[in-house]
Design a protein around this ligand. Structure first.
Ligand SMILES: [Zn+2]
Ligand SMILES: [Zn+2]
Length: 360
């Protein structure tokens, strides 16, 4: 078959045209992209052969003039032709490196010696109110990720077969004048077979460090010091092992008025002396909404009232704790004579001895 036709080019195409056509076709027919597809592999062999022949000025001119060459020519080209394989080979491998890096996105499957990635730990700050209602946080996380170029294998994928560079001989020959130099092929380490090379992007590690924004949902009711786990957002595993997790330890800022004990919220409620003595309704606003406390007549300072299910939601099961209101009696400032007079009169009328328990 005509070499130009194989590459889809007119005869007389320039070298850059040949390179471009080769790259375009290789992207379609390379065996890495068509694993197990014999037709594609055969097609790729033709394409590679056409490319190599047309990129070699001597072979190309022989092909163009019809004096041999072409697809029928044996691949083991004699080194006496004065063609420097090493320089051509270098060009070749560079082409493969960047051509196929982008298509190898398949996930690596766990292999022998696989290792789970390390967990990562971060701290997060929340206001008291945010902790009660829950929050969404975008955290910047720098983590080890599976290398996108090699899918974590650390190697370029190869098709088994003869080394393209040395045509399976394991040696490359260079001609300098009348001298022919032969040295072990570097691409296949002299084996004559294709070998995987370390991935260029990750230098064979199979991983790369990336910084990304991770959305973290903090459940309502989380308490100071509790941790949130984001599965699989730790470091990537080694050799196909599972990723570690990301843990965020939450620090909740204290509230000036409310205290949290377990899932209960505690609040000290100041009440006036007449409210404590006669009873009152006291409205308090809490981080979870308004609440009304019915202070019964004769309430003592320090007495506690528990409003069911008005506390913090539990971060585990969502059930709410209680709101615990502790009454604290506040004496009036007695700035006016009338108030003082009323209290003196109250003392005279009410003869109760409040220190009786002390006097036995
Ligand atoms: Zn080789
Ligand atoms: Zn890589």
């Amino acid at each position: 078959m005509d070499l130009y036709v194989i590459l889809g080019l007119p005869s007389g195409a320039s070298e850059p045209d040949i390179k471009r056509a080769y790259r375009r076709l290789a992207r379609r027919f390379h065996p890495d992209i068509n694993p197990g597809d014999r037709t594609a592999e055969a097609r790729f062999r033709q394409i590679l052969d056409a490319y190599e022949t047309l990129m070699d000025p001597e072979r190309r001119s022989r092909y163009d003039t019809g004096s041999g060459g072409g697809t029928a020519e044996p691949r083991t080209v004699s080194g006496f032709e004065g063609f420097d394989f090493s320089s051509r080979g270098a060009d070749h491998s560079a082409t493969f490196g960047d051509l196929f890096a982008e298509v190898l996105t398949a996930r690596a499957t766990p292999r022998e010696g696989s290792e789970r990635g390390a967990d990562l730990h971060l701290d997060g700050q929340l206001s008291f109110e945010e902790a009660l209602v829950g929050a969404q946080r975008a955290l910047t996380v720098t983590r080890r990720e599976v290398c996108q170029a090699c899918a974590g294998t650390g190697q370029t994928r190869v098709v088994t077969g003869a080394c393209d560079l040395c045509q399976a001989t394991g040696a490359v020959r260079t001609v300098r004048g009348h001298m022919v130099f032969s040295r072990s092929c570097q691409a296949c380490a002299g084996t004559g077979q294709r070998r995987p090379r370390p991935c260029e992007r990750c230098a064979g590690a199979g991983q790369e460090t990336r910084t990304e924004s991770v959305q973290v949902r903090i459940p309502p009711g989380i308490a100071d010091g509790e941790r949130v786990r984001v599965a699989s957002k730790g470091n990537a595993g080694l050799r196909g092992g599972p990723a570690g997790d990301l843990f965020i330890t939450v620090h909740v800022h204290p509230h000036p008025l409310f205290q949290r004990e377990g899932d209960d919220l505690h609040l000290v409620v100041p009440i006036a002396i007449h409210e404590a003595a006669l009873g009152a309704r006291v409205d308090v606003s809490t981080p979870t909404g308004g609440a009304r406390l019915r202070v019964p007549p004769g309430t003592q300072s320090g007495q506690r009232f528990r409003l069911r299910d008005r506390g913090a939601p539990s971060a585990r099961d969502g059930r709410r704790g209680d709101l615990v209101l502790e009454v604290r009696l506040m004496l009036p400032k007695l700035l006016d004579e009338r108030s003082k007079e009323l209290l003196r009169e109250f003392g005279r009328i009410n003869g109760e001895n409040v220190r009786e328990p002390l006097q036995g």
